[in-house]
Design a protein around this ligand. Sequence first.
Ligand code: TXA
Ligand code: MG
Length: 317
Amino acid sequence: MKNIYSNIIKLNNNLLKRIILDLKNNELVGIPTETVYGLAGKAYSGKAVKKIFEMKKRPQKNPLIVHYYKLQDAEKDVFFNKNFFKLYKKLCPGPITFILRKRNNSKIHNKVTANLNTVGIRFPKNQIIRKILKKIDFPLAMPSANKAGKVSPTEPNHVYFEFGKKIKIIDGGKTKIGLESTVVDLTKKTRILRPGIISKEKIQRILKKKIFSPKKFEKILSPGNLKKHYSPGIPLVLNAKRAASKSAFIVIGKIDIKSKDIFNLSKASNLEEAAKNLYKTLINIKKKKYKKIYVMKIPKKGIGIAINDRLKRAATK
Ligand code: TXA
Ligand code: MG
């Protein structure tokens, strides 16, 4: 990828040292993961965490995910349980976040968890974030590197569009998955709080039990589930058969019509490819100054469930 911006940088050994120093000194860094790019800061530092909330303009009540290199590192901060071990063994490192009870003597700053007594923890798989996590002796609080309510970045220049030169951005190219991690609450009744590439069915198979994924929450357990989210900032019409003229039309599968207004998520109707292209497409359409987006029906199976979840929120006025 061509780096036109001087603060988008490829990680080498010298830079790795510099990044580690920056993080130790409570600076924030844009870092790729296998899902989306994150805005990383020291999870034990009130100063770093405050910067994350400010830079993202994130509501204080929306907690951040804490990222670790390995199991032992997280043990100081949360209580593990049987379900966690089963899922960790099969799925980590990988695109899944576990909500667990926080230990009283954990050093995770209260702002990270929005004063909840639970923490979302994740062990990302991407080699760049793992290289960094391996070298530091604190975990990283890392929300997606976008302003609150907006679309998550899947390329380094998307992070640049959000934060400009305010932070260093590590270039890891396009992210592999393109949608945020599955969030699963393991504190009480096991339940999915945010769908992702790791499906409910997969989790059920590993845990050998049915799990719950409520459509509506009695209380907001995962504030990222606030209805309006992932917004491209222009109206979006879902399950459309066609688009009005001069509007953008997001489609999937083979389409006969040729038009510059058609944006195909996957000509092969491959849902994983569609997930990978979704945010990039929304960002691209916004940049082209379209006033309205129509989206064809996307099958609600596999990662299609997560795609539909994000689209529904993006369409909420
Ligand atoms: O794939 C990902 O998870 C990316 C990459 C960068 O790791 N991160 C990410 O973070 O998506 P963020 O902040 O954009 O989304 C975190 C989600 C939110 O929906 C938040 O409410 C939920 O996780 N969350 C975090 N801690 C929680 C907690 N203690 N209880 C319930 N939900 C929690
Ligand atoms: Mg986010």
